[in-house]
Design a protein around this ligand. Structure first.
Ligand SMILES: *Cc1c(COP(=O)(O)O)cnc(C)c1O
Length: 367
């Protein structure tokens, strides 16, 4: 059966991005595959990253980590959003490292009979995860029942490399690592960098860098850091869909819910078989698709399962043709960055929100 839409994932692009990102420093590389690998597919990308030389995988949830382990991943896996009340024993059983950032989680994990592998998460200024108010008390605890493999924190503004907050967070990180050393705890793996810092702040690489968006070939911030191309990254995801219907409509036709677009002249419209249920943002004016390399902008609002594009009066497109929704831009197609700009979002959200109705195809992009 042919699909009406698909996301084609080029794992060779992911491998090339991993090789490039590893070359940025001497640190090991943790491939971030949370949230279904930013929409690219947890298991396939996890295994591809391992084959491509990633040293670690990183996820938010323990269940993501367990899935990776049960599907054959052998390299270390870190899960960093493991709340009190989680099944810490399952983490030990599956040889998964977990982050802790509260005394409550510490107390629970300390009850295990086997030494758990733990990374201590520090709040160095982002005010999200990590020890902050409980830090001094934590330093007084007996940590000998834990196998403390790592200590880490996360940058809030690494995509703005000149911001003072980056220097402040780095200094705070070094201070808190020194606090640990003063009580005799020296975690072998210190890590702080996300994609943006891996690319732009080599002084923060420490022993391991955690790369997400850049591994998928997308820029952490097109405005401050430049495009994928400028950064030397290859976008891995190409989204294609079928034209469910092509038809000629007269000038003055009101298109879609709310009639927010009116055709200015007679034209051919294409009905694209994807909608907001598939992750296409409802308001995406300024984005569109390409049909045989020719841009066809969106007309009106995106519906749940479909949206309308203006193919132009001379278009040779036919009902059933494939169009490219976004890709790496090498053939004039819209990119995830174009869609993000049109919908007031970021490329991270564009790929992550492509829904489960859209099959992932692990194959080269097609034009
Ligand atoms: C998501 C996440 C990353 C990856 O960030 P990118 O900007 O995609 O590289 C790294 N570390 C932590 C803790 C994260 O939550």
């Amino acid at each position: 059966m042919e699909h009406r839409a698909e996301a084609r994932i080029d794992t060779s692009a992911i491998a090339a991005n991993i090789a490039f990102l590893k070359s940025q420093s001497a640190a090991e590389l943790l491939a971030v595959v949370k949230a279904d690998a930013y929409g690219h597919g947890l298991i396939e990308v996890g295994l591809a990253a391992e084959r491509a030389g990633a040293d670690w995988l990183g996820v938010a949830l323990l269940e993501e980590a367990i899935l990776l382990r049960t599907r054959g991943v052998r390299i270390p896996i870190l899960a960093w959003l493991v709340s009190p009340g989680s099944d810490f024993q399952a983490a030990v059983n599956h040889d998964i490292d977990v982050a802790i950032s509260s005394i409550k989680a510490f107390n629970e994990i300390s009850l295990l009979k086997v030494k758990p592998r733990v990374h201590i998460e520090l709040d160095t200024g982002m005010t999200r995860g990590g020890f902050l108010d409980e830090w001094q008390e934590f330093l007084t605890l007996d940590l000998s029942h834990l196998d403390i493999t790592g200590v880490f924190s996360h940058f809030a503004r690494a995509d703005e490399p000149d911001e003072q907050q980056n220097r402040d967070q780095l200094a705070r990180f070094n201070q808190m690592v020194a606090d640990l050393a003063a009580v005799g705890v020296n975690p072998p793996i210190k890590h702080l960098s996300n994609s943006a810092a891996t690319l732009k702040n080599h002084a923060a690489a420490f022993d391991l860098v955690r790369v997400g968006i850049a591994m998928y070939g997308l820029s952490p911030d097109v405005n401050t850091l430049g495009s994928s191309k400028e950064l030397g990254l290859k976008p891995a995801m190409q989204v294609r869909a079928k034209l469910h219907l092509v038809k000629t409509v007269p000038a003055g036709s009101a298109v879609g819910y709310g009639a927010s677009a009116i055709t200015e002249r007679q034209t051919k419209v294409g009905i694209v078989a994807m909608g907001y249920a598939d992750g296409i943002p409802r308001n995406s004016q300024g984005a569109g698709v390409t049909q045989e390399g020719k841009k066809a902008p969106i007309l009106g609002r995106v519906s749940m399962d479909q949206f309308v594009v203006d193919l132009g009066v001379d278009s040779t497109a036919q009902s059933g043709d494939w169009v490219i929704v976004f890709g790496d831009g090498s053939h004039g197609e819209y990119t995830a960055d174009d869609w993000a700009r049109a919908s007031d979002s970021i490329n991270y959200e564009m790929t992550t929100r492509i829904g489960p109705r859209v099959p992932r195809i692990y194959a080269p992009h097609v034009y």
